[in-house]
Design a protein around this ligand. Structure first.
Ligand code: ATP
Length: 384
């Protein structure tokens, strides 16, 4: 296996700034009337790793291209280290972009591909070849420096693309789906290397992906997008454990989203009624919705329990009845998919830790109850 990329000796960034990015009221409307990005406000700390995450067409590439200077915004401001960079070249902004398809010159060797990027910085030939060799060494490609891109594997091509972006000495490195062309094994290896490189360089990385686990594995800040807007921007832990809306919960995964009608409010809690006699209690602050309101809430899949069906006529709070539809063994846990008796939320998935599961297993087709502690539920907001 290749040794990890080390880039500690690559020197300072072009701008000398920290790479803090601020987007204010940023919009992009195309001539055909498509609004790709809709009045976004976002702050990305200098020297941090930010992932823009969302389904196809949500506007993440357009946002990245506007930060990079490859797309002109229709409205709003982009500040990098406090300076409005709209109308400025990528070089003046201190940005460099690594493209989805790597965009390598097929007729140039690895060394010349990397050195070409330094030419854009106006570096003299001898010096740029020296710099290229240094960067190529840092990404562990010295032995392949004379090869053409077609003579490299996908992972090696990706390293060339990275070397080409890094030689620009950006304050902000923009990565458009950098791992999408790699197979699963290389993807996992390279994502760790990208994170390690970002730490060593200390520059800002803005990485576009539609893969949830990739985003939460590498990022300091995850920005979940929906139809050109930001659904939630937070740390990976907060996004995963406390999604703000049903959209974020469904998109990030690992959650069950349930619904009920408020029947009572008390100090620190709200009680809901669900279908088929189910009742739910969830923690709530002073702004808990009034009785009669419909509330959505999420419970993590790994925080639910599955047991044989209780015969009791009245279900305990925070319990659903259903039937096991499917079992999938995942090594450390069993994925138990249920069809619940609640027609509003028929699909429910529980991750049962493997020792717990095999101590008291359930079978496909069996009637079961699924339950959770009140503090494991959290209310979801409607997206504005
Ligand atoms: P993907 O993951 O598929 O790359 P994305 O989230 O990066 O998607 P964008 O490429 O930013 O999405 O596109 C956002 C929206 O803008 C889409 O509806 C897309 O069709 C539209 N769009 C992008 N470029 C143009 C263009 N040049 N003219 C018109 N509409 C465009």
């Amino acid at each position: 296996m290749d040794t990890p990329i080390s880039v500690s000796s690559l020197g300072t960034t072009a701008t000398g700034g920290s790479g803090k990015v601020l987007l204010a009221g940023l919009s992009k409307r195309y001539a055909d009337g498509t609004t790709a990005v809709d009045s976004i406000d976002l702050q990305i700390e200098g020297g941090s790793y930010c992932c823009l995450l969302g389904p196809s067409g949500c506007g993440k590439t357009t946002m990245l291209r506007m930060i990079a200077g490859h797309e002109t915004p229709s409205d709003g401001a982009i500040l990098i280290d406090g300076k409005n960079v709209i109308g400025k070249s990528p070089r003046e902004r201190g940005t460099a972009m690594m493209f989805q398809n790597y965009a390598l010159f097929p007729h140039l060797s690895v060394r010349d591909n990397v050195a070409f990027a330094a030419r854009v910085r106006g570096v003299a030939k001898k010096e740029r070849l020296y710099e290229a060799d240094r960067v190529i060494e840092q990404v562990q490609l010295t032995a392949l420096a004379d090869r053409l891109p077609a003579q490299l594997s996908g992972g090696q091509q990706q390293r060339v693309a990275l070397a080409r972006a890094i030689i620009m000495r950006p304050a902000v490195l923009l990565l458009d789906e950098p791992l999408s062309a790699l197979d699963e094994f290389l993807r996992l290896q390279m994502r760790g290397e990208l994170r390690g490189m970002q730490r060593e360089l200390g520059i800002t990385f803005v990485h576009v992906t539609h893969t949830q686990l990739e985003a939460i594995a590498v990022a300091d800040q995850v920005v979940v997008m929906d139809k050109g807007r930001i659904a939630q921007s937070a740390s990976p832990r907060d996004i995963y454990a406390e999604p703000r809306t049903a959209y974020v919960a469904a998109f990030i995964g690992g959650q069950n989203v349930l619904h009920g009608q408020v029947t009572a409010r008390s100090e620190g809690a709200v009680t809901l009624s669900g279908a088929q006699g189910a009742s739910y209690v969830l923690p709530a602050g002073g702004d808990a919705p009034a009785p009669g309101a419909t509330v959505s809430f999420a419970v993590r899949r790994d925080r639910m329990r599955v047991t044989g069906e209780h015969e009791a006529a009245v279900l305990a709070p925070n319990t659903l009845r259903g039937r096991v539809r499917e079992l999938e063994y995942q090594g450390t846990y069993m994925k138990v998919s249920l069809v619940t008796d609640d027609p509003a939320a028929p699909g429910c998935v529980v991750y049962v830790e493997e020792t717990t599961f095999f101590r008291d297993p359930v079978a496909v087709g069996q009637r079961v109850c699924c339950s959770w502690a009140a503090h494991e539920a959290h209310g979801l907001a409607e997206m504005a």
